[in-house]
Design a protein around this ligand. Structure first.
Ligand SMILES: [Zn+2]
Length: 280
């Protein structure tokens, strides 16, 4: 699929005028008032005609692209009306009105909402199961939630860059940035531990051996739920690259163990004398 085709498909998807399925309850029930059996295809045609949908609206696809929005919404409506026992399904994709359905139309000539459906215990039961566990019961979920989920999946798969929107937002962004006040807790590292750690490395990264600028690294991390201590047996002088690798958990266990062994080595008077002449 080319970019242009993808864009076109998106445009079809964004056809805005299809009513949400809650609106379909009453017209669909009324369509069944004749007491005859009607198929999903017939109901779809009836709804398209009832709302005077354009052909673009009728052929608008849900984000995954595998069915039309109108088909999807009609199916959700049918499922809700069936759960509320206003319609029954004598066979797959075919529906017929119930006594309760006829009564409900008479009692609610101005419209049927989900609130009205909730008056029926069977529907409440269905909603309760639906809300508690969608994945195991495989029951339909709210159409808007469903379509949003589909949309997300679609975005992920297709990854269409909508840079025009990003550019528009970038151009309209406030030039003086907004500010916010944040409070963070940081560990105050001991400067003496740091000094000895760097001296102990004697100018070479204790991981890769490169002679570069060294940073004090904590072998077992200090914060974020880690139990590392700010002490000489938990520090190493590392180059920036090795420090990042260590912090990102990319170092092998063997390398970490090697650092801990180096850190555990007692510091002698000779060491101190040698380091005293080091300007670092
Ligand atoms: Zn290094």
């Amino acid at each position: 699929m080319t970019f242009e085709e993808k864009k076109q498909r998106r445009n079809v998807n964004s056809v805005p005028n299809i009513p949400v399925f809650d609106n379909f309850f009453l017209p669909i029930l009324k369509f069944h008032q004749d007491g005859k059996e009607h198929t999903t295809e017939e109901i779809k045609g009836y709804i398209a005609n009832f709302y005077k949908l354009t052909s673009a609206e009728e052929s608008a696809l849900i984000p995954s692209g595998n069915r039309t929005k109108i088909h999807n919404r009609v199916e959700w409506t049918m499922s809700y009306l069936k759960k509320a026992k206003l319609l029954r399904s004598p066979r797959r994709s075919a529906y017929i009105i119930t006594e309760r359905g006829i009564r409900t139309i008479e009692e609610n000539p101005n419209g049927i909402t989900r609130k009205i459906l909730k008056k029926f215990q069977e529907f409440r039961e269905f909603q309760r199961i639906k809300d508690s566990d969608i994945s195991t019961t495989q029951l339909p979920i709210d159409i808007s939630t469903f379509e949003k989920q589909e949309e997300k999946k679609y975005e992920k798969i297709e990854k269409i860059p909508n840079l025009e929107k990003v550019l528009e937002r970038a151009l309209n962004a406030p030039k003086i940035p907004r500010t916010k006040t944040v409070t963070t807790e940081i560990a105050i590292r001991d400067p003496n531990v740091r000094r000895i750690t760097i001296l102990r490395a004697e100018g070479k990264c204790q991981m890769c051996g490169r002679k570069v600028f060294l940073i004090e690294a904590h072998i077992v991390a200090l914060g974020g739920g880690f139990a590392g201590e700010d002490s000489l047996d938990n520090t190493a002088g590392l180059c920036d690259v090795c420090h990042r690798r260590l912090d990102s958990g990319l170092c092998t266990k063997r390398a970490v163990k090697m650092l801990l062994t180096k850190a555990a080595k007692p510091i002698t008077k000779d060491d101190l004398q040698r380091w005293a002449s080091n300007p670092c």
